[in-house]
Design a protein around this ligand. Structure first.
Ligand code: 0RA
Length: 645
């Protein structure tokens, strides 16, 4: 079919002028309203078609195609042909009833009203399953207003009609141009370059949507002819959405033939195609009145509820000790298309693609439940395969969950250890943790500390040798667990310094062999499992004084033998010297003054090298020769003491 195109008026002003120049006496309120409609659409196209880019451009085409589809849904149209023309226009031809041409309002044919008035409908409004509001269904007048020109042909009542519009306004009245032995509508339009940023139709976008529409409307033949390239494609699927699911699953291992379910309830037409695969992905597409409702809605809720109920009902009836499955496990490996046709659909959500009609949930749920259960009963072998797949999915999910929980529990060390005396400050930057050997020293430290920013964690006796134990066994050790929990930043690969609850972690042990041993064990542990703590400069060793020197009423503390010598030289004789062997020999005030008070104390910041040395030395320490070990510890303990004071 070929329609002669006349030269279009270049600007809107010109075409309006032409309209205004017609006889003023005929200038009715109705005409003013129509002009206002066209102007409104051209002023704010985005309001009607969402934008003036690729999407908005194609929206024009979908508006017409949707109208033809409506004819198909009403049962009058079997073929729709879309052509993308060389001149940038597009046309849609269908074999529906044809747009009504009889006189309508204000002495105008219905066709002209439909083409020029926003939300025109009136007595010609085809209510059945129209997509109203939101994205679609804005009306042909919007397409017309945004087209440089539009031509329409209607075959109806054995006649062929023709009319042409430019930028929404008719350039001539509707005319009978011939006889017809068919019915239908042909609309060809050229998107206005004054309006659209993009004016070239995309073959890919058009063909994809037409194919989708063919799947969604079984038996309907949709043809695409791209005149620009000469390509022609025809889409027609006698098995509708069942074919859609088959295509989605091509290449996958499927557990059974596609299950096709259809039904109608409360005016809602429900169609569902289901096929389970052995994969672990769920792919379910939802459509309402041919719109892909990506945000789901009442149809998706109904589908899930109905499917879950059917499978659980079947499982309960046929399996001993059956524990009801959750929807998540049922839907693993599921491919499905759910398509509903709703008389007055309501859409909400970010992109207006969420269906909210509540009657749809009930309809979908009850149809899917009863028909699915029926299918399962009639195909028990395949039904068992499906149930088995669900049980495997559940087992895998529960195992993964347990594993995750275990890791999490370990990382968090459950809760803060009971023997931790935490500090009150909430600022990690000023918080410090003293790891103190022995209950009695721990007790003194608790009394001595400044509880605002100093926390005390007493640890008992020998902690486990992590060098030998490995992380899992190390984590079973109560002292290690307490340390991990108190620091709160995890352990090993999971360690996250940014989560550390303290800015300084201070090892405070006695100045004897046992103290040195524990310090070395701790250094080894931190080196192996919290290396970032050392690299970040968070780990310290406290230095209690070695000697207390008293002359008269004055007291001095020496932290090394050299310091003691210096004091003795300075103070002369008549001095009392006390050698500290353990933290327990100091009262809380002395411990505060000498070791914990930031004003007076000496702290050694542990470097990675120190810790590495401790780690290496430890391997030797663990030998069988007790005497060698003893000697070694004493030497090593000196090394640590002399690190940097
Ligand atoms: C209004 C009423 C009727 C059909 C149509 C519009 C109609 C519109 C388009 C747009 C493209 N193709 C179309 N086909 C039909 C119902 C007419 C009747 O009752 O006879």
């Amino acid at each position: 079919m070929k329609i002669e195109t006349k030269t279009a008026k270049k600007t809107r002003e010109v075409s309006l002028e032409k309209f205004e120049s017609t006889d003023n006496s005929d200038y009715s309120a109705e005409q003013i309203e129509v002009l206002g409609d066209i102007e409104a659409v051209r002023k704010r196209p985005g309001m009607y078609i969402g934008g003036v880019g690729v999407k908005g451009l194609h929206h024009l085409l979908w508006e017409i195609v949707d109208n033809s589809i409506d004819e198909a849904l009403a049962g009058y149209c079997k073929n729709i042909k879309v052509t993308l023309h060389k001149d940038g226009s597009a046309s849609v031809e269908d074999d529906g009833r044809g747009i009504p041409t009889e006189m309508h309002e204000f002495g105008k044919p219905a066709l002209e009203v439909v083409m020029t008035k926003l939300h025109a409908g009136g007595k010609f409004d085809r209510k059945a399953y129209r997509v109203s509001g939101g994205l679609h269904g804005v009306g042909l007048s919007v397409v017309n207003a945004l087209s440089e020109w539009l031509e329409v042909k209607v075959w109806r009542g054995s006649k062929e009609y023709y009319q042409r519009y430019e930028r929404g306004t008719p350039v001539e009245p509707l005319k009978v141009v011939g006889k017809a032995d068919r019915t239908g509508t042909y609309i060809r339009f050229k998107p206005d370059e004054e309006i659209f940023e993009v004016t070239e139709f995309s073959k890919e976008i058009v063909s994809q949507r037409l194919r989708e529409l063919a799947y969604l409307n079984k038996g309907l033949k949709l043809e695409l002819y791209d005149e620009r390239t000469g390509e022609r494609e025809v889409y027609c699927y006698s098995d509708g959405i069942a074919g859609f699911v088959k295509k989605l699953n091509s290449g996958k291992k499927v557990l059974h033939d596609v299950i096709y379910i259809e039904g109608e309830k409360n005016g809602v037409i429900v169609e569902v195609a289901i096929q389970f695969t052995d994969s672990d992905v769920e792919k379910v597409l939802f459509f309402a009145n041919n719109i892909n409702t990506t945000e789901g809605g009442t149809h998706s809720a109904g589908f899930r509820a109905g499917l879950t109920r059917a499978i659980n009902e079947f499982g309960k009836k046929h399996l001993k000790k059956f524990r009801p499955l959750s929807g998540i496990d049922i839907r693993e490996g599921l491919t499905a298309v759910v398509s509903v046709k709703v008389p007055e659909p309501q859409f909400e959500g970010q992109t207006k693609t969420k269906l909210t009609n509540s009657e749809v949930k009930t309809a979908v749920e009850s149809i899917v439940y009863s028909k699915m259960l029926e299918w399962l009963e009639e195909h028990q072998g395949e039904a068992m395969k499906i149930i088995e797949k669900c049980l495997i999915a559940r087992r895998a999910r529960e195992a993964a969950k347990r594993a995750r929980e275990l890791v999490k529990k370990r990382r968090e060390g459950i809760t803060l250890p009971g023997k931790l005396a935490d500090c009150s400050s909430k600022k990690p930057s000023e918080r410090e943790l003293f790891i103190v050997e022995g209950e009695s020293a721990g007790g003194s430290a608790k009394q001595a500390r400044d509880r605002r920013f100093q926390a005390i964690l007493p640890i008992r006796g020998k902690i486990i040798n992590v060098e030998k134990a490995g992380m899992n066994r190390a984590m079973k050790n109560e002292e290690i667990r307490a340390i991990v929990a108190a620091i709160g930043a995890g352990i090993g690969k999971d360690f996250d310094l940014s989560k550390a609850r303290y800015r300084r972690v201070i090892i405070m042990t006695d100045a004897d062999v046992d103290g040195a041993h524990i310090r070395t064990l701790l250094l080894t542990f931190f080196y192996r499992y919290m290396r970032q703590l050392i690299e970040g400069g968070y780990l310290y060793i406290a230095q209690p004084p070695l000697y207390r020197i008293k002359k008269g009423k004055r007291v001095y503390y020496a932290y090394s033998d050299k310091e003691l010598e210096d004091y003795l030289k300075r103070l002369g004789d008549k001095v009392e010297i006390q050698r500290y062997k353990g933290l327990g020999e100091m009262n809380p005030e002395q411990l505060w003054e000498t070791t914990m008070n930031p004003e007076n104390r000496y702290l050694i910041q542990v470097t990675l090298e120190d810790a590495k040395k401790a780690d290496e030395l430890f391997t030797i320490l663990m030998g069988e020769d007790v005497e060698a070990r003893r000697k070694f510890i004493i030497e090593h303990s000196k090394e640590v003491r002399n690190l940097d004071i």
